[in-house]
Design a binder for this molecule. Structure first.
Ligand code: SAH
Length: 367
């Protein structure tokens, strides 16, 4: 590759005979040297690229926002820009009420921050924009991990509602950009089956527990993080949903519940990504299998298991196989009631398998 650019430049990509192939962001640090923004050539020379790129970014953000508006989402928080799937590779923008959280995850996108802020301000007039540029992935791009206020003000907690549940969200320190927005539609779907005694494993601040708990007689939620459990308690009180939120390691807790002979009608498993890279796949498979096996044992016949994986290194077929192996070992018959993925505000770009990362199966233990 003949490179005449600096890391972070917007460049015109040319074929071997000099024909312009498109516009891209160039990185001199990442394993991904080029992130293509447009396959339409920008003009005869590379000097035209920076201005052309700004126009592309503005158009793409406007189109991403318009698409989300068309979805009639039952919430005040959702993903506005989902990277590659909005043809804006390495850019994430989430909306939390009047506030926006932005992540720029490559040198080129990072440098385009002023254009991104100006576009979002023009189109949405937010009260504040925060950059949550603390994902570890930034270090692979040669970028610092940092959190910055980019515009306006962002309070310590922002109140949002989702599916009729109100949450206090800490945009600066919460996991991801504050909430797991990608599970909204799975919470809504799972609530249709929720009943009886419910167990929410890996609850974070209670997304599943609060939405499903409204239909259950008793709800127990586990998370390893004390902070998360404190938020489940606060959110439960605020929404008038009874949730017994406990700090615990799900692997140990499931074993303990089994020893006590406890049974549940509804169980949710929404663990963190066990396979963050290819090297971790074997251990991840074992982890997924163990929690699914134990959950199937704790589930009453006729009960519902909502089981998720957000590791894109474990694809849908592999995850289905792991859950099937768990069912075989638990000596139970299981039907797949729904196969689901991340919400529609996190669409999947065909041809980019990494954009299909969240799998969610709603299963029934057959009597
Ligand atoms: N279900 C949540 C999102 C879960 S994210 C929602 O709908 O919003 C994964 C959560 O698992 C994190 O909150 C993390 O603190 C927790 N976690 C990670 N490992 C754990 C373990 N071994 N036991 C219990 N919780 C764990």
């Amino acid at each position: 590759m003949d490179v005449r650019a600096n890391g972070g430049d917007a460049v015109v990509v040319r074929g071997s005979r000099g024909r312009a192939l498109g516009l891209a962001l160039y990185s001199d640090r990442s394993q991904i040297a080029l992130r293509v923004l447009s396959r339409r050539p920008a003009g005869p020379d590379a000097d035209a690229a920076p201005g052309a790129i700004e126009g592309v970014i503005r158009g793409r953000i406007a189109s991403a926002i318009a698409f989300r508006k068309s979805l009639s989402i039952d919430a005040t928080a959702w993903r506005l820009v989902h990277g590659e799937a909005d043809l804006l590779p390495s850019l994430i923008v989430d909306r939390y009420g009047d506030y926006l959280v932005v992540q720029t995850l490559s040198q080129g996108m990072d440098r385009l921050t002023p254009t991104i802020i100006a576009t979002l301000t023009d189109l949405l007039h937010p009260k504040g924009i925060l950059a949550r540029n603390d994902p570890r992935a930034r270090t692979l791009e040669g970028l610092e991990q940092r959190v910055d206020l980019l515009a306006g003000d962002v309070p310590e907690t922002v109140v949002v509602t989702e599916l009729g549940v109100t949450y206090d969200v800490d945009l600066r320190k919460g996991q991801k950009t504050g909430l797991f927005l990608d599970q909204r539609e799975n919470r809504e779907a799972a609530a249709r089956y929720a009943k009886g005694r419910m167990l929410d494993c890996f609850s974070y601040n209670g997304g599943f527990a609060l939405v499903l708990g409204r239909k259950c007689d008793e709800t127990i939620a586990f998370d390893a993080s004390e902070e998360a459990v404190a938020r489940v308690k606060a959110n439960a009180a605020r929404n008038g949903v009874a949730v017994d939120a406990r700090v615990g390691n799900v692997f140990d807790e499931l074993r303990g519940l089994e020893r006590l002979g406890e049974q549940f009608e509804t169980i949710v498993l929404d663990p963190p990504a066990f396979a963050k890279n290819k090297a971790a796949i074997t251990n991840a498979r074992a982890g997924y299998k163990e929690i699914n096996l134990r959950a199937l044992r704790l589930l009453r016949p006729g009960g519902t298991l909502v089981t998720c994986s957000c590791s894109y290194h474990v694809n849908e077929a592999a995850f289905a196989e792991i859950v099937y192996e768990a069912a075989v070992d638990a000596h139970v018959d299981v039907t797949v009631v729904e196969k689901r993925m991340q919400g529609r505000d996190h669409p999947v770009l065909l041809g980019v398998p990494e954009t299909y990362y969240l799998k969610c199966f709603i299963l029934r233990k057959v009597e």
